[in-house]
Design a protein around this ligand. Structure first.
Ligand SMILES: NC(=O)c1ccc[n+]([C@@H]2O[C@H](COP(=O)([O-])OP(=O)(O)OC[C@H]3O[C@@H](n4cnc5c(N)ncnc54)[C@H](OP(=O)(O)O)[C@@H]3O)[C@@H](O)[C@H]2O)c1
Length: 313
């Protein structure tokens, strides 16, 4: 065991993504023996290449954070692509890690795997108890199949312990700020920043802004992942990682305005779609592991804005 409390070397798939980059920046991982091959070095769809990579490097810890990820439009356009790629990636990484004798495998699922119709906090036991949200069903089915595969191999393997976490929505440093494909928080930061630049008196909000969303800061998510790995024996086989509460869209806009110093107003376009139903994960299992987020919403928005400004230069 290294000074970080983690078993090294550590392979992070999806190292160029938001989660991968936030893991790389975690203090416990600076100085750790990290393997973060990009797609050009290792295309995770290629099972033989993944197997050869694992046999060569023999990671002790594998964090599977790669995935084909996209918004509603992309998911609706190509459900087969989201299903096949995420299934292939998960299967290739997890089976090769077990074959190569990794000690620990942590697989990342997503809270979209829960039934669509729940109005209560989403508990891990709710998995597979109702129909999925149709707009991202292909993606969710792949995530469910991979976490089940991890659970089956965990039961069958002497040498490898495999567990999965279910993150809620994430935002933060290394987020996607491209206007055409960004998610809620980076899109709000873009819009409010743009309004400051142009001196606009008002920023448009789609719908009435009362819809609620749970977003965890990606730096905190990376910290939760490290905490899980440092306490892997105590960690449940399947665990939500989130805040356990949410904010309204209006609250997100107001917080961004406060942090960025935008003094203008907001107006609502009530003809625009409001989107999905409320979805908040239950964090009882995470609480029991003694982990709490380190940043409140204002701090998280401030650090994300700093990153946005620096990367826009
Ligand atoms: N962001 C969220 O709100 C959120 C919420 C819940 C769960 N998650 C899960 O967390 C994980 C990481 O998400 P993220 O936000 O970091 O996504 P992201 O920024 O889109 O990063 C995805 C990563 O996967 C890599 N990847 C995809 N296909 C690959 C392939 N064939 N070979 C090698 N690498 C490949 C990408 O590499 P390229 O750069 O080369 O494409 C990128 O590094 C995903 O499994 C996602 O489902 C994310």
């Amino acid at each position: 065991m290294a000074a970080s409390g983690l078993l090294e070397p550590i392979l992070v798939t999806g190292g160029t993504g938001m989660v991968g980059q936030n893991l790389r920046e975690h203090p416990a991982l600076s100085g750790a023996r990290l393997l973060m091959p990009g797609r050009a070095e290792l295309d995770l769809r290629d099972a033989a290449a993944v197997r050869a990579y694992m046999q060569l490097h023999r990671p002790a810890t594998v964090i599977h954070a790669a995935g084909k990820v996209g918004g509603i439009q992309a998911n609706m356009r190509d459900p087969a692509g989201f299903l096949i790629e995420n299934l292939d990636l998960g299967r290739n990484v997890i089976t090769a890690a077990v074959e190569a004798g990794a000690s620990v495998v942590l697989n990342l699922a997503s809270s979209c795997i829960y039934p669509r119709d729940r109005t209560t906090l989403l508990r891990e036991e709710d998995l597979l108890t109702g129909p999925l949200e149709p707009t991202n069903e292909g993606y969710a089915l792949a995530k469910i199949a991979v976490l089940k595969l991890a659970a089956y191999l965990d039961a069958a393997s002497e040498a490898t312990s495999l567990k999965s976490v279910i993150p809620c929505n994430l935002f933060g440093r290394h987020d996607n700020f491209k206007p055409a494909s960004s998610h809620l928080l980076p899109a709000i930061i873009q819009k409010v920043h743009g309004a400051i630049q142009t001196g606009a008196e008002s920023v448009e909000i789609w719908g009435d802004g009362t819809a609620r969303r749970e977003f965890l800061f990606a730096t905190d998510f990376a910290d939760a992942v490290v905490h899980c790995l440092q306490n892997f024996d105590a960690m449940p086989d399947l665990m939500n990682i989130g805040l356990g509460f949410d904010y309204s869209i209006n609250e997100y806009y107001q917080t961004v305005a406060d942090v960025l110093g935008y003094a203008g107003g907001f107006h609502h376009d009530l003809d625009r779609p409001v989107g999905m139903a409320r979805k908040v994960v239950d964090v009882s299992r995470l609480d029991a592991m003694g982990w709490k987020p380190r940043h409140d919403l204002k701090q998280a928005v401030g650090l994300t804005y700093e990153f946005f400004l620096r990367s826009a230069v």
